[in-house]
Write a protein that binds this ligand. Sequence first.
Ligand code: KMH
Ligand code: ZN
Length: 282
Amino acid sequence: MSERRVGLGTLITVAPTGAEVDPSRNPGLPVTPKSLAEAARRCADAGASVIHVHVRDELGRSTLALPRVREALDAVRSASDLIIQVSTGGAVSDSEQDRLTVLDAIPEMASLTCGTVNFGDEVFVNRWPFMVELYRRMIERSIVPEFEIFDLGHVENLLRLLDAEGPPAGGHVHADLVMGVPGGMAGTTANLVDVVRRLPEGASFSVTGIGRTSVPMMLASLSVGGHLRVGMEDTLTLSPGEPVRDNSQLVERAAKFCHLALRPPLTRTQAREFLGIFEATH
Ligand code: KMH
Ligand code: ZN
């Protein structure tokens, strides 16, 4: 894993909304551009450097419609200097064409899921040709990818993609291990270590623990030099029976763990340097 640019600081990504959570389950879920912007501002103050963005329509449903995506990104940009990472995963029902089109909003970063996975009762489909097309378009647009790894086999697809298509925009490989999705790899330290061992030389990684695996996977990630992703896309409670009030609480908690581990949160400038965003966009 690479700590070459900024020592041992920690990248904190916030995933405030997601595509699947029903807004009726938690009033703190930011679904409008205005509430996303407010979440971005508060999470930046709490120590986040990247925001993983899913966009919702006027009724709170997941959408990839470009005008709405642009509106949401503009709102986030005007409220904070967070690195914007647009989701190309969308919702399981989204078409490949719509998932490709969000790249035309030209975010600094975008997610790229490295394979198909069962996703609760659904299937999150990521065919190889689709992955290649997504990756090529990101390279053309100088968008830095975050490679989403839901299962061990996804690492093999990541290696194959890099072999076949070359390095990403900015030159640095950063992955996010999404652990604890029903149908994907479980959130255990053994799985985490297994995946990290197989990442390409020089790659960095963050860890997303879904639901109750959020805190244990955060600690496990810090212990092996990894980075963190938290947010209401991934967990709606701080502890059993205690709902999250807003995303910044999850970022604050993550930042506390980073300080305890003597790996304080990276600033946004450090994070851009770390991820190769300056190299990609200059
Ligand atoms: N909503 C999931 C089906 C991503 O954002 O790139 C996909 C997801 C991954 O959340
Ligand atoms: Zn997502």
